[in-house]
Ligand binder design. Sequence first.
Ligand code: ZN
Length: 68
Amino acid sequence: MEIKLASIMTCPNCGYKKEESMPINACTYFYICENCSIKLSPKDGDCCVFCSYGSTQCPPVQASKNCC
Ligand SMILES: [Zn+2]
């Protein structure tokens, strides 16, 4: 299975989109929107900000591994 390492983050506050690269084996708990400077954290039940706000789930979830 091919694992994608890029995800388009969409800010829920201002709608700003930016492509970010994801670490292969770590989770990202915080993300600062560079447009409105809001600090995002994962939604309940999600392991990282990419799963909550990105176009692609994080690599460990794509590989069906336990995340974090
Ligand atoms: Zn924003």
